[in-house]
Ligand binder design. Structure first.
Ligand SMILES: [Cu+2]
Length: 284
């Protein structure tokens, strides 16, 4: 009698598990937020992989500290209250405990500081760039410029909800995406044309202010092809919520074809394209 009940229960469990897993997979498209998700977006660059690791590492430390303090508090409340412990000890110093409560926090802080600084340097010190893209925040859209690919520039504007195609995320889809090749170091120069905006793509672990009159920079290396979405992250006016960022990561051949097409659109192919390409190749 027991076995069928058990096997039926385990079948239910497996089915529910499978449903949840498939739902989670369906929702968790990389490069964008998913409904009811907790935690960080799936990492799409080495920096984000490290950020995720550091976040989980800190979570373990803070949980351990909180649990330890909670146990101490409960011990004091239960074992050393006036009723349980009517004649309190008169001890004022204990060398061992004093040394420990100095050394242990120092060790914990060092354990946090080392990976923290390593991550900070990884973020702010870009490796040698394979490609440079300049992103300019404007009220209320982004413009992208490709200085080492013929210097063409285009605007990237939100696609209205009613014009979305199936599968395109609401408020995160743009008409002209920023296109980059996969597994290449992309150096992003960021500035603002009018007010302060902020260029942020969570799955790449980047967020940097776009300040008028100032050129900030950041970098990412996309480790897989696909679309990665972000948003302006500095309150910049009435349409702040409607100037998303979409980065489309493609393979080298697709990127070359896209660049050729963009140059053509900008009329750059007629202006001595070979010279420009050759100059770009030598500069690299
Ligand atoms: Cu903005």
């Amino acid at each position: 009698m027991q076995m069928p009940v058990f096997s039926r229960l385990s079948t239910y469990a497996v089915t529910i598990g499978a449903l949840l897993t498939s739902a989670a997979t369906a929702l968790a498209a990389p490069g964008q937020p998913s409904p009811w998700a907790l935690g960080l977006q799936e990492a799409g660059s080495p920096v984000m992989t490290d950020i995720t690791w550091f976040h989980n590492f800190l979570l373990v430390i803070i949980t351990a500290i909180t649990a330890f303090v909670l146990i101490l508090l409960l011990t004091v409340m239960i074992r050393f209250n006036a009723r349980a412990n009517p004649t309190p000890s008169r001890t004022t110093h204990n060398a061992l405990i004093e040394v420990m409560w100095t050394i242990v926090p120092v060790v914990i802080l060092l354990a946090i500081a080392v990976p923290s600084f390593r991550l900070l340097f990884l973020e702010v010190d870009p490796p040698k760039a394979d490609l440079t893209v300049k992103a300019t925040g404007k009220q209320w859209y982004w413009s992208y410029n490709y200085p080492d690919n013929g210097n063409f520039e285009f605007d990237s504007i939100l696609v209205d909800e009613k014009d979305l195609k199936p599968g395109q995320p609401r408020l995160l889809t743009v008409d002209n995406e920023m296109v980059v090749p996969v597994n290449k170091v992309v150096h992003v120069l960021v500035t603002g044309a009018d007010v302060i905006h902020s260029f942020a793509v969570p799955s790449f672990g980047i967020k940097i202010d776009a300040v008028p009159g100032r050129l900030n920079d950041t970098w990412f290396k996309a480790t897989s092809e696909g679309r990665f979405h972000g948003q302006c992250s500095e309150l910049c006016g009435k349409d702040h919520a409607f100037m998303p960022i979409t980065v489309r990561v493609v393979n080298d051949a697709e990127f070359a074809a896209w660049v050729a097409q963009e140059k053509k659109n900008a009329g750059l192919d007629r202006a001595a394209p070979t010279t420009l390409a050759a100059a770009g190749a030598t500069a690299r």
